[in-house]
Design a protein around this ligand. Structure first.
Ligand code: SF4
Length: 174
């Protein structure tokens, strides 16, 4: 009996891990696809030339990453939410926000596809924290999770160093 319970527990842990990995991959692909849309001159077209220069400025990106990390650490507490138990998810999303901050001047949500990112950033609806998050605590990026979410962890803090360490391998693998 005890062995059956232990086996069931182990199966559910394994299942949870698999779902977490799939989620991470999904968020990662969304962010990478989203970034590629901004930074690729072949896809984005000449109107994004200024954007390309901005993204390539490492000092500016580091400053934006630091600002978006500080914002996330503040907002997660303010909204009474927590980060995902898989902090790679958190890291990829914050990185995506920082890239958009540099590229577009606003932290446009990195988990969505946009026909025109600059127009969306100007509109503001999907600038983080987006309207669904502010009104209903809905974060489809899984950056800010309410405690009824199966993937909500305990952490309300993440550092730039953690983000860099957790995204370096993930991005290199894509
Ligand atoms: Fe994206 Fe909204 Fe979540 Fe910010 S709060 S990461 S904009 S879904």
């Amino acid at each position: 009996m005890e062995r059956t319970i232990a086996a069931r527990h182990q199966n559910s842990v394994l299942l949870k891990k698999m779902v977490e990995r799939s989620l991470l991959l999904f968020v990662l692909l969304c962010c990478v696809a989203s970034s590629a849309f901004v930074v690729s001159p072949f896809v984005a077209g000449p109107r994004f030339q200024g954007v390309l220069r901005a993204v390539e400025d490492t000092a500016e990106y580091e400053k934006a990453l630091s600002a978006m990390t500080a914002f996330s650490n503040r907002y997660v507490k303010l909204s009474d939410t927590t980060y995902c138990s898989e902090k790679s998810v958190t890291s990829v999303v914050i990185r995506g926000l920082a890239e958009h901050k540099v590229a577009l001047g606003a932290p446009l949500c990195p988990c969505r596809f946009y026909e025109d990112k600059q127009a969306e950033a100007k509109d503001g609806y999907w600038n983080c924290p987006c309207v669904p998050m502010r009104e209903r605590k809905e974060c489809h990026c899984m950056l800010f999770l309410t405690d009824d979410n199966d993937f909500a962890g305990d952490a309300t803090d993440i550092s730039v160093e953690e983000i860099n360490a957790l995204t370096r391998d993930q991005l290199a693998a894509t």
